[in-house]
Design a protein around this ligand. Structure first.
Ligand code: FRU
Length: 494
C-alpha cells in the first residue's frame, strides 16, 4: 500500500470533496470481504470499541474511526444505535476532532449516565508544531436530540507527575455513589500502569487523582491501553491491553495483548490482590475490548477484531477491521467465561443438523457448506488422536481447527485460509483447554471466524480472507474416530 504522508493522515473528512467520499464508499461496498453481521467501517479504518452503553432503551456502540483510508490517522468516533445489540443503525461521526484539545484525534473512551443524561469521556489527543503529544481527558454531553456539547476544557488536563503523555482511554465506573475513572498510563521509565481518579462534583468538572492501581505486575509491558474495571459476582476485574510483552510458548503471540486480572481491590489504598494475567482471546485478531451492562444486567464484552501495526488484505480497498460479536461474561472457577450474546439467535435461519462419525478419510458431514453461519459441533465420543475441522474450504483454501486429544490442545491454523495479513508472527495459534473438548460454537462471517470452546471456556477470534468459493466444511481425524453432532444455522438479518 502507498505510504500516507502526515498531511494525508490528518486530513479532516469535513474538508474532503463529497464526490470523493462517495467514491470511497462505493469502493468499500464492492469489497468481497465485507462482513454481514459484524460492525465494520463504512470507509477507512475502525479500531477500538468506544462509548458502549444501554441508555433509555437503546444501545450505543461507537468505534474509533479514520474515515479516509485503512491507516491510523485523525480519529473520530463513529456511532451506531441498536434496539437489540444484533442489528445496528449507523449514526455517523458522533465525536469529531474539532477543539484545541482533541485537534489530533478523539481517542478512546467510555459512556456513562449521569442524572438521566448520557455522557462520553474520552482522550483528547493533541500534537504541537514539534509533533509533541499532549493527552487530556474530556467530557461531552449527548443532548436529547443527539447533538453533542463538549465541556469547554478537559476535566483532567494532563497526566500526573511521574507519567508520560501516553495517558488515555478513560473508563468510568460508579462505586458507592461516586464516579471513578480508570485510565491507561505509562511511567517515566516506560512501564504500563492504570491510574484512578474520582469525582463527587455534580457538574463532573472536578476530578481528583487517587493514585496508581497497585498490581503485582511491576514489569509487564511499556503501556497499558484501554483499561476497564467491573465487579462481577463480588470479584473485582481489571481488563487492559498491555503493549510490549514477550511471547511465552502459546501465550502472548500477537503483537499486543489483551486480558484481565481477577481478585479484590481495596479502593482506599488501591491495592489489588489478584491472580495471573489471563488472555481474553487466543486467536490472531483481538484487541482493546470494553464491557458494559445490557438491559438485563449482563456484563457484555465487545472487542476490536484487529491489531495495530499489521497490514490487512482489505487495506488496498480503503477499509480495515470490524468489531467482534458481543460476548456475555460470567465467572466460573475464578476465571471469566465468554459466551456469545444470546440475542444473536435472532439471526439463525435454515437450521440443519447431522450426526455421524468422522475418521482419517476426509469426511463431509452434512450440512457442509456455508459462508456466513453459526456451527455448533458437539463431540459425543472421541478416540481420535487428532481431530481436524476444516471450514471455508475450496481446492485452495481451508481454515483448520485441530484438536489434539491427549494434550487437550486446540489449534487454529490459518496457513491456507486465503490472503494473509502482513507482519503477523506464525500461522497458528493454540491453547490448552482445561477440560477435554466437548463443544465448539463457531461464528463464521465473510472474512472472520470466532470459535467458542467448551461453552465459553476459551475463545479464538481471527480474520480470514478466503476465496468466494471457499464454502466447504469437512472433518477428519489423524487416527481413530470421533462421533459428532453438527448443528448449523445460516446467519442472516432479514
Ligand atoms: C488502542 C488505541 C488507544 C487509543 C486509540 C487511538 O488501539 O491505541 O490507546 O485511544 O487506539 O485510536
Amino acid at each position: 500500500m502507498a505510504e500516507w504522508s502526515r498531511e494525508e493522515r490528518y486530513r479532516r473528512v469535513e474538508d474532503v470533496d463529497k464526490k470523493y467520499l462517495e467514491h470511497l464508499k462505493q469502493q468499500v461496498e464492492a469489497s468481497r470481504f465485507r462482513q454481514t453481521f459484524h460492525i465494520q467501517p463504512e470507509t477507512g479504518l475502525l479500531n477500538d470499541p468506544n462509548g458502549l452503553i444501554y441508555h433509555n432503551g437503546k444501545y450505543y456502540v461507537s468505534h474509533q474511526w479514520f474515515p479516509l483510508g485503512a491507516v491510523h490517522g485523525l480519529k473520530y468516533w463513529f456511532n451506531y444505535t441498536s434496539d437489540d445489540l444484533v442489528t445496528f443503525e449507523p449514526q455517523g461521526a458522533v465525536l469529531k476532532p474539532d477543539t484545541y484539545y482533541d485537534s489530533h484525534g478523539v481517542y478512546s473512551g467510555s459512556a456513562f449516565e449521569h442524572e438521566g443524561d448520557l455522557y462520553y469521556i474520552y482522550t483528547g489527543n493533541r500534537r504541537d508544531a514539534q509533533w509533541e503529544r499532549y493527552a487530556s481527558q474530556m467530557i461531552a454531553k449527548v443532548e436529547n436530540d443527539g447533538t453533542i456539547t463538549k465541556f469547554d476544557k478537559p476535566v483532567i488536563a494532563s497526566q500526573p507527575e511521574g507519567y508520560t503523555s501516553h495517558f488515555r482511554d478513560p473508563k468510568v465506573f460508579e462505586l458507592n455513589g461516586e464516579y471513578f475513572v480508570i485510565i491507561g498510563a505509562q511511567t517515566n521509565d516506560e512501564q504500563g500502569r492504570c491510574l484512578i481518579y474520582k469525582t463527587k462534583d455534580k457538574q463532573l468538572k472536578q476530578w481528583s487523582f487517587c493514585g496508581e492501581l497497585e498490581t503485582h505486575l511491576k514489569n509487564f509491558g511499556y503501556m497499558w491501553e484501554c483499561p476497564d474495571y467491573f465487579n462481577l459476582n463480588s470479584k473485582d476485574i481489571i481488563l487492559f491491553s498491555p503493549q510490549g510483552i514477550e511471547a511465552q510458548g502459546d501465550r502472548f503471540r500477537n503483537i499486543y495483548q489483551s486480558g484481565y486480572l481477577i481478585g479484590d481491590i481495596d479502593f482506599d489504598t488501591l491495592s489489588f490482590e489478584h491472580g495471573d494475567f489471563i488472555e481474553l482471546d487466543n486467536g490472531f485478531d483481538f484487541y482493546a475490548p470494553q464491557t458494559f451492562l445490557d438491559e438485563n444486567g449482563n456484563r457484555i464484552l465487545i472487542g476490536w477484531m484487529g491489531l495495530p501495526e499489521i497490514n490487512y488484505p482489505t487495506d488496498d480497498e480503503g477499509w480495515a477491521h470490524c468489531l467482534t460479536i458481543p460476548r456475555v461474561l460470567t465467572i466460573e472457577d475464578n476465571q471469566l467465561r465468554q459466551r456469545p450474546f444470546k440475542g444473536l439467535e435472532k439471526l439463525r435461519k435454515n437450521k440443519e443438523t447431522a450426526l455421524g462419525y468422522a475418521n482419517k478419510f476426509n469426511r463431509k458431514l452434512h450440512p457442509y457448506e456455508g459462508t456466513q453461519y453459526e456451527l455448533i459441533i458437539d463431540i459425543l465420543e472421541n478416540d481420535a488422536s487428532e481431530i481436524y475441522f476444516e471450514l471455508r474450504t475450496s481446492k485452495l483454501n481451508n481454515t483448520k481447527i485441530i484438536y489434539n486429544t491427549s494434550e487437550q490442545k486446540l489449534t487454529l491454523d490459518r496457513t491456507e485460509s486465503g490472503l494473509l495479513p502482513d507482519n503477523v508472527q506464525d500461522l497458528t495459534r493454540s491453547t490448552i483447554l482445561k477440560s477435554p473438548l466437548s463443544q465448539l460454537q463457531i461464528f463464521v462471517d465473510t472474512s472472520s471466524i470466532e470459535i467458542f470452546c467448551n461453552d465459553g471456556e476459551r475463545v479464538l477470534t481471527s480474520r480470514i480472507f478466503p476465496d468466494e468459493n471457499a464454502t466447504g466444511i469437512e472433518t477428519s481425524t489423524e487416527t481413530g474416530q470421533v462421533y459428532l453432532k453438527f448443528t448449523k444455522y445460516e446467519l442472516k438479518d432479514d
